[in-house]
Design a protein around this ligand. Sequence first.
Ligand code: ADP
Ligand code: MG
Length: 371
Amino acid sequence: IRVRPLTCTETRRGDQQVVHSLGDGAVHVSAARHDATFGFSAVFDAGASQEAVFEGSGMRQLVELAIDGFSCTVFAFGQTGSGKTYTLMGPLAQSETQPASPALLGLMQRSFTCLLEQSRSRGSGLTLSASYLEIYNEQVRDLLSPGPPCALPLRWSKTRGFYVENQLSVEFESLEAIVSLLLQGSQRRRTSAHALNRHSSRSHALLTIHIRSRAVSAPPAPGEGWGASACPSKQGTLCFVDLAGSERVKETGSSGELSVEANSINRSLLALGKSWGTRLGSPAGPHRSPVTSFVAPPPAGHCISLLAKPRGKRTHIPYRDSKLTRLLARSLGGSGITLMVACISPSSRCLSETLSTLHYASRAQRVTSRP
Ligand code: ADP
Ligand code: MG
């Protein structure tokens, strides 16, 4: 859990701070009618540095596991303006003219540095390449290929699982090269203005680093044939997912085209496991607003809720419900290792979204995979 500081605007208008870290992974939410404590593997409060988040979240270990051939994923989720992009990339995305101070670099740049260091220390054995996609209105688009973004088909095969056809994958060998790919792609990412956050991204973005290590054959130990101590070639991935804001449309004042976007966003998030019907402070049952209606899927429609059940009690996991869950099928349930970073605002005005994010994170925490 990452709790961002109150913004200047929030402080100026006198918002109360309703979220407090109690240490040892406990986070406490206290407001007029709510008083709840949640437990997580780590909580970073407003004072936590970007470095502290990188070191304390297990991100470094995740990079190492990806090098060892595992499929690793980091998710940032939470309402718009809660600090998802800041946590992943630092303030870089907001100002293109001034490079961000190294202390403010996010999980992505820190992971790239760690990856390249490891790559160098292992000799020339690692080949690194990156692909960058966005899911916008249930369309998958390549953020790296030049020209206007066009939709790419999402296919399934027995050997590869779900994959995106014709996506560009660019090899890189330096930090400058991968950071420049990240910047190019982020500028292409669809952003549009609305009440909560002018630069709010209305798309999910997935940056995947593919790590191939060539087979290394060590000289055989006495009594062993060649090959017994050889290290086979491995292919790991490290995927960074910056999810679109999880808030309801009503609260952002969206209409027209924006509500179509919000609908697609919510479709993905619903499939991912967000239970809108049981939100605190809203009537039970599916939520409907005049602008657009979210029809909450049956309880079986939540991948996360389902995955959180003991294996024997699981029914079919509906990854096909959205493009996002299809692309993340492996990291969500199968053989992947996933770090989820739930971002929340400490402000009293965000209370209901904050509680909803914390409930979602509690559920996500119970998901186990078999890497
Ligand atoms: P999101 O991606 O969730 O919509 P952003 O990452 O864009 O949110 O953050 C919203 C605003 O809050 C930005 O101006 C960002 O710089 C600021 N912010 C977020 N997290 C922090 C933090 N931990 N420390 C300082 N500022 C932050
Ligand atoms: Mg963002």
